[in-house]
Design a protein around this ligand. Structure first.
Ligand code: ARG
Length: 246
């Protein structure tokens, strides 16, 4: 039947063959997530994930092709073949891991909190936000959303399409707190001194990993070997220091 043919085709898909024959490594990410992927003024994409992807394409001898994708559609975009891999600060979660394969974590982070300064005197940890009088915001479909629902279920929650719109609610005083990946919050707090207070203690554990289609264990092996190599030879450290040390 057609259905079983489709299943076989999916199982036999090998990204490495397509990357080699096309000469392109197509990488999905969602720009705006500092310092992993941002759109520079000249329109170019820059950041930690972008540099890792470009370095990987160079090692493969192919061209790096950026595929900027809205977060809520990023897994479908991978699964329908519009990119070979998601390199976009994606947290490895059980739910996502039932849909995609994850390479070993390339960095470990956690959720932290940006507060409007008016509540900074009374909110000292995520536990204090577990109250309907506080409005907590984040980006739709992220682990920030899950963390709010788990760790502060009584809070009033507002979700936004982009992290920029969500965090703006806190700076303009419409929301009390923004829950998001700590590296983003650290950059944002540094760029907006006095406008937000960073509770910079991570309250979740989140390994971030590159995601590919299920069944493609050849590509998975490539990614893990490549990651081991750059972690051992100083390449990873050089790129990391460029984006994380100020
Ligand atoms: N780590 C979080 C998650 O997996 C947020 C990632 C957001 N990434 C992005 N490129 N906008 O849900």
């Amino acid at each position: 039947s057609t259905a079983s043919t489709a299943v076989v085709a999916q199982d036999e898909y090998k990204a490495l063959q397509d990357i080699q024959s096309s000469g392109e490594l197509k990488v999905c990410f969602d720009a705006g997530y500092m310092p992993f992927e941002m759109k520079a003024k000249n329109g170019e994409f820059i950041g930690f994930d972008i540099d890792l992807g470009k370095q990987m394409a160079r090692a493969m001898g192919v061209k790096y092709v950026p595929v900027n994708t809205a977060w809520d559609g990023i897994i479908p975009t991978l699964l329908t073949g519009k990119c070979h891999v998601i390199m976009g600060g994606m947290t490895i979660t059980a739910q996502r891991n039932m849909q995609v394969l994850f390479a070993d974590p390339y960095i470990e982070i956690g959720q932290s909190i940006l507060l409007n300064p008016k509540v900074a005197g009374e909110v000292k940890s995520y536990r204090d936000l577990n109250d309907a009088k506080y409005t907590v915001v984040t980006k739709l479909g992220t682990t920030g959303e899950g963390a709010i629902k788990r760790s502060m279920p009584k809070a009033t929650v507002n979700l936004f399409e982009t992290q920029t719109d969500a965090v703006l609610e806190v700076t303009n005083g419409k929301a009390d707190a923004f829950v998001y990946d700590m590296p983003y919050n650290a950059v944002y707090a540094a760029q907006n001194e006095g406008l937000v207070t960073h509770l910079g203690e991570a309250f979740t554990y989140e390994p971030l990993g590159w995601a590919i289609r299920q069944g493609d264990t050849d590509f998975l092996n490539f990614l893990n070997s490549y990651l081991r190599q750059i972690k051992g030879d100083g390449t990873y450290e050089r790129i990391y220091n460029k984006w994380f040390e100020s």
